[in-house]
Design a protein around this ligand. Sequence first.
Ligand code: GAL
Length: 361
Amino acid sequence: MRLRIGLLLMCLAMCVAFGLLLSKRGSGDVVEAENRKILIGLSMDETRGPRWKKDQAAFTQRIEELGGEVTVRVADSNDTQQIKDVEALITQGVAAMVIIPHDGAVMAKGVDMAHAEGIPTISYDRLITGTANLDVYATFDNVKVGVLQATYLVETLKAKGIKKPKIVRLLGAKTDNNSFFFKEGQDQVLMPLVAADEIEIIHEDWCDNWEGVNAKRIVNAAITLHGHDIHGILASADVLANGAVKALEEEGLSGKVVVTGQDADLVACQRIVAGTQDQTVYKPLRLLARMVAEMAMKLATGKSLVVPAEIDNKARMIPMAVAEIHNVTKENMMETIIAEHFHSFDEVYKTIPENERPTRP
Ligand code: GAL
């Protein structure tokens, strides 16, 4: 009897102690959860290209508006580093992760690591391929980017009356899935003309890491091989146009060769109004960044997303959201870049004499 009472008392004491422990831990968790903001990880390839700093700022602002917090890691075009970055973000306890991959195929590993820890992932702007664990992809219409660039180039050269123009094409980084979409869009426009012998691609190459120095080297090589007989440079992005225009300047060809681009970087817009670049593609980055921030916060809190489209990432159909893009030239600079406050009037027309500028808005 004594033993039974003893056991009962011991059991009671243990239950009380255990109960206290549970409730202590429970209430502590609540307090901690209340104080701790939802942490969202952002793993970026690089921030050399001016667009990425804008993406980062707009993304961070929206997450903070929604009551969250962002922790950012930048890999400087290094895949090993970007995998380490993802590991670090997991360790930091992020509730959702947004990845702008340097190499879309390599970063499948990062997505899988996050997934194994129950962390949802969003592929930002560039598609991460070869993993079924990716939750969502948010981007712009990348094929259309290529269509706009090539259409502008072809039509401008035609308007100049150049018969069978010779062009050099600067493709993006091979590690970036977008580069192939840009090429696909460009090819849709160019290949029928090449087949009809109406245009000639005299030189083309991929630009590693999307670096201007590589673009310059390729244009230098094209000039060495073909001389000054070049009418257009189909640069897949403004960061490549930077290098192309430098190479043209050295040869006294700047302003004489039609140059395209993408991203509406400030330097590119300045070149467009000055006449040393002709076109760029404006991607409303703020829109994309805010949309992804909202998605990340939803995923982080276990809510579901409604996403309109999907894309094959070579592992499964991934839900995809696509934001609109716009063609930008000297003629519509005011209605696009300036009107949208992407850059200010003073910034864009900085190098243009006052009397040659359009009317200030
Ligand atoms: C692409 C991106 C472009 C451009 C390029 C170089 O993936 O879609 O907007 O910035 O990278 O950074």
